[in-house]
Every structure is written in structure tokens, then in C-alpha cells.
Design a protein around this ligand. Sequence first.
Ligand SMILES: [Fe+2]
Length: 253
Amino acid sequence: MIGRRMGLWSKYRKSAVSRIDVHNHYLPGMDDGCRSYSDALPCIKAFMEKGYNRFFLTPHTGPTDMCDIRPEATLAAMDEFRRQMLSVGITAEFRPGGELRLSPEMARWRDTTGVPTFGMNTRYVLADLWEPDWPAWADQCVDWLQVNGFTVILAHPERMMVMRENPDFIQTLANRGVLFQGNLGPLGGSEPEPQRLLAERFLQEGRYFMLGSDCHRFAHAGARLQGLERAKILVGEKILDQLTVENPGKLWV
Ligand SMILES: [Fe+2]
């Protein structure tokens, strides 16, 4: 249980901006992100100070390693998360999601119950790939998701080695209808120079459908919020709003 400080954050309810964070790891104890509600709280406050008032909670999901969380586990954790945040006066809204790790097993799934979607009520899926290359089975995963009616949004392409070696590969995926979610961290200097430069390039080329924090813990928040400022400098407020308000709003239904 976290302490009660009712009303402290209610002023953000009327913030002029209404940004949505589409990618984070705040659900406690689910993955490699926050371990407690107390860990999640300062992260959420930091983003609320910058105009965020809606958050999709997107734990790692999928069939391998720490990613064996299924969508029903995320759904089951939502009520308690909302209750804990409300108990300290957090007026932000929270919806379930997941970051689906693509894997060779996936294309053999018999049904789609293991697929988390934004809000669990849309057909948009946040997917990530941990491999250094783009294996043939990743294509099969995208095919399988698309055949089942999902729109694939690939998380943080700027972090993928295959993109760093061949930035034009992003167009190959775009041609297949894949959308892209950029991370704020590299824009704020959280990662080595090649990732920062690639994130800036993708941002300025208009490759991203949306930007997310991918925040796992409070130590991450500073660089990600610097990334938000950097994005504003690079592409201006209108595009930034498109990537953090308008397009994410299409998933918040
Ligand atoms: Fe993530």
C-alpha cells in the first residue's frame, strides 16, 4: 500500500495537453519493470508533470523467458493498479496492453488469446523482436498477426541492430503495413550515439506512428522526458502532439 496524498496530482486533470504513454513497464512484479506500486508512482508523477494523463500499461508478453505473461494476467492486475493510484490521488487513466515478443512459436498458435492489444479492445498490437537480425520467422509472425486482423506496431526500431546496419529496412516493413513506435529514451540520450542518431533520423523522416517511454523505473524517467523536449525541438509541437496525443488516441477507444 502506498501512502495517501489525495488531491496532490489532481491539478493535472485539466492540463492543456493530454498525452498518452503507449509503452511502459509499471505494472508491479510482472516483468523487469517496476517491482512495487511505490516504484511506479514517481514515474507516473514525472510524466504527469509533462502533460501525460493516460497510460497504457504494457508488460512484456509472449511465450519465452520472462515474457510468459498472458493478457488475462494483465487484465486481472488492472483494477488493483487503478485502486492503488487513486488512493494517492493520481487522476490519470490506465488501460491494459502488452509488449508482445515475436517468437518462432507464435506463428503456430492456434488462437489469438495470447495476443495483447492496446486497451484489449482494439486490433493494434505492440510487438518487439530481440534478435539482432530479422529472421524469416519474424515475417511469419507479422503475417500471422495480420491474417488474424491485427495491425502490428513494432516497438523501438531504432534499438534494433538490423535497422542500425540498414536503416532503409524500415521501409520494407512499412510496405507490409507495419507501424512503428519510437522510444523517447534514445532521443534523450539514454542509449549510445548510433541509437540516438537513428531515432532522430526516423523521427525526422516521419517513420514513427507514435512515441512511447518504455520506462521501467524512475531512473529511466529523466532521459525519456528529455527525449520529449528533444523531439519538440526536432519536429515541432504539432508533430509531437500527433505522436503522443492524436495517434495514440486512435488506440484509446
Ligand atoms: Fe518495453
